[in-house]
Design a protein around this ligand. Sequence first.
Ligand SMILES: [Fe+2]
Length: 208
Amino acid sequence: MEAMIRLLLAGYLVAAMTGCAGTGTSAAVPRASSPLPTTSPSTQASTPAPIACSKVATPGVTEGPYFKAGSPAASTLTGPGVAGTSLLVTGHVLNLNCAPIVGALLDFWQADGNGQYDNNGYRLRGHQFTDSQGAYRLETVIPGEYPGRTQHIHVKVQAPGGPVLTTQLFFPGSPRNSQDSIFNGALLMQVSSGASTTANYDFILSSE
Ligand SMILES: [Fe+2]
């Protein structure tokens, strides 16, 4: 029920259209304002056991020009007709004490394997909430590069009733990481490629 109420997060506004652009330039301009979704007061149940973490808050980076408010509730973003190699991303949302945050919002959006965003619909866009263990699971594809940008996945993360963290996730070894001014090594996922590609990242929020 809590999640249903909080689906009214459509209160997002489309923020500044700067940074992350496919212009060939790599100027990163932080957002001037953050659209705050509507959230209910925290109703966290019993607190799950802490998970080993760095206790260093996950840094925010620019939203970029392609965020769209009102994404569907979905943890599976890939499907028929979506270009790209399958990727499973898992992890947790934690506080600074490494305690999992239950019911935290994660709103993902990204380019497909060809570096293309769906700016008309909601392909490769979706939001979800962490489970009773503070965990999330995203089934998607490995994003392609596009002019000026290395491979990345955008996300907004918000503890119930807390501020919104807008950031991006990056891929270790991506050849253009070093050329992308938005790239931040603290946002590298742990990626393993076997029969399928999986990645892991735990977000640490500075405030709830
Ligand atoms: Fe982007």
